[in-house]
Design a protein around this ligand. Structure first.
Ligand code: NBP
Length: 477
């Protein structure tokens, strides 16, 4: 008996993915650099399905039916290259190497090009949902050649999360498209988490609510339009009390957020593409600020002053206003992330369908939410939507939220509570709305010091003003 699919790299993610395939009736060849993990998997979970344990790469490859489907689930980076170098020489034309780790999309593009030259299909595949998702149904974002999806897609769709029977898995686009979309998913996740954290902070510091009360609020919000996995787990975390001290869990955790890098990659890629993902960037920087213990300590030692008088939140109910601010800011963060996907798709000729991405994020992944249905519908209505903010549903939501949103940003500023996510989302919104931006002045400055030229509102062409002359004559550039 041959295996339909193989998984190499059997730490938590690989092991659970292999079990998920096996639980769906597929025979799975399993392999790991050190055989211990392979043995352990078969001993502990062998009864869940049919596994073919392989001690060597050769045994593993021999156990697979053709075209061979080899899922690589190892630590992203040099380990992935090492595994590719080990397996590629053992594979034959048409076989597939599927990298399910969190690779950078540029690495995926490089690997795909190199393996294509050898007649192998390389599929860079984003997998979201953590270890639970890998076992019970992740959201899967495979890139690589379209043909490979014919042989691979049905297996992936089997193990993916489902919404009304529809799998959270689709072919995203060629080469690095899958990993790119997974990266932006993570970037959006950073922004979502930061916004939720700001909402919590305001309810606690301005509203004076306890973590338990805020947990109840998040629980209520989870029943409404904000309903999502991240809101749900936020309520759980806030409800938690520390066993050792009896204090709220959130108060005994060191307030320095860590990061593994996909948020940073998203912002780096956005800078290269020139797409303003300010919400994601603020969330990455907010984590960096929180983690900068030395700088924070020097600020505390210097006693950087806050506002002289605390002001009340005026004009609305704080809790309701924060809900509106959170929803509006979330819309902005998603709009920016989707714009980044569209920009990359145009840059690399990926032809990504943004609505299909919203569709496969509705379950299995960390940002799963009711909200994604509306994003899907927006792109279904208009596949070339320039920004989600102009879709009817989102336009209505933001119009309805904006007064509350502005009040929340004012309160945060007046009380000296950092809310970079809310504030930058609002600034982005106002930037998009503005009839005239001060960018005109920047163009003037650039022309003054660097003769960088400018365009005029009233005629075509490029112009330069001779700033150094008394006449300051304008010339064609
Ligand atoms: P790890 O990222 O901890 O990697 C451990 C695995 O890599 C082990 O199987 C290990 O083999 C193998 N490995 C290493 Br390290 N170096 C190797 C090399 N040079 N050659 C061959 N194998 C090597 O595992 P994980 O936490 O299961 O994550 C796997 C992938 O999934 C990563 O890319 C990660 O970023 C991604 N991930 C995704 C999510 C998600 O939510 N989607 C969550 C967590 C992780 P050994 O047993 O012999 O040491």
């Amino acid at each position: 008996q041959k295996a339909q699919i193989g998984v190499t790299g059997l730490a938590v993610m690989g092991r659970n993915l292999a079990r998920n395939f096996a639980r769906h009736g597929h025979t799975v060849a399993v392999h790991n650099r050190s055989y211990g993990r392979t043995k352990e998997l078969v001993e502990e979970f062998g009864n869940e399905g049919t596994f073919i344990p392989a001690e060597t790469a050769e045994q593993f490859v021999a156990a697979l039916e053709r075209p061979r489907r080899v899922v690589i689930m190892v630590k992203a980076g040099p380990a992935t290259d090492a595994v590719i170098d080990e397996f590629a020489p053992l594979l034959e034309e048409g076989d597939m190497l599927i990298d399910a780790g969190n690779a950078h999309f540029a690495d995926t593009r490089r690997r795909e090009a190199a393996l294509k030259a050898k007649g192998l299909h390389f599929v860079g595949m984003g997998v979201s949902g953590g270890e639970e998702g890998a076992l019970h149904g992740p959201s899967i974002m495979p890139g690589g050649p379209k043909e490979s999806y014919d042989a691979l897609g049905p297996l992936l769709e089997d193990i993916a999360a489902k919404v009304d029977g529809e799998p959270c898995c689709t072919h995203v686009g060629p080469d690095g498209a899958g990993h790119f979309v997974k990266m932006v998913h993570n970037g959006i996740e950073y922004a979502d988490m930061q916004l939720i954290a700001e909402a919590y902070d305001l309810l606690r510091q301005v509203g004076g609510l306890s973590p338990t009360e805020i947990a109840t609020t998040f629980g209520e919000w989870n029943e409404g339009r904000l309903g999502s996995y991240l809101i749900e787990i936020t309520a759980e975390v806030l409800k938690q009390n520390d066993a050792a001290t009896g204090q709220p869990f959130v108060d005994i955790v060191l307030d320095q957020a860590e990061q593994k890098g996909t948020g940073r990659w998203t912002v780096q890629a956005a800078l290269d593409l020139g797409v303003p993902v300010s919400g994601i960037a603020e969330s990455v920087f907010a984590r960096a600020l929180s983690g900068g213990a030395d700088v924070r300590k020097s600020a505390a030692d210097a006693g950087l002053p806050g506002p002289s008088a605390g002001a009340e939140h005026v004009g609305g109910d704080l809790r309701a206003d924060v809900e509106q601010a959170l929803f509006a800011s979330k819309i902005v963060a998603y709009a920016q992330g989707f714009q980044q996907i569209q920009a990359a798709s145009a840059e690399y000729d990926w032809e990504i369908d943004p609505g299909a991405m919203a569709k496969i994020w509705r379950a299995g992944c960390i940002i799963r939410a009711k909200f994604l249905d509306f994003i899907k519908q927006a792109y279904d209505k208009n596949p070339s939507l320039t920004t989600l903010l102009v879709d009817d549903y989102f336009l209505d939501a933001v119009s309805g939220a904006q007064d509350a949103w502005r009040r929340v940003v004012v309160t945060a500023a007046q009380q000296g509570i950092p809310a970079p996510g809310f504030a930058s989302a609002l600034a982005y919104y106002d930037g998009l709305r503005a009839k005239r931006l001060p960018a005109a002045l920047i163009q003037g400055q650039r022309d003054f010091f660097g003769a960088h030229t400018y365009r005029r509102v009233d005629r075509d062409g490029s112009f330069h003003t001779l700033w150094a002359t008394d006449e300051r004559t304008e010339v064609d550039a």
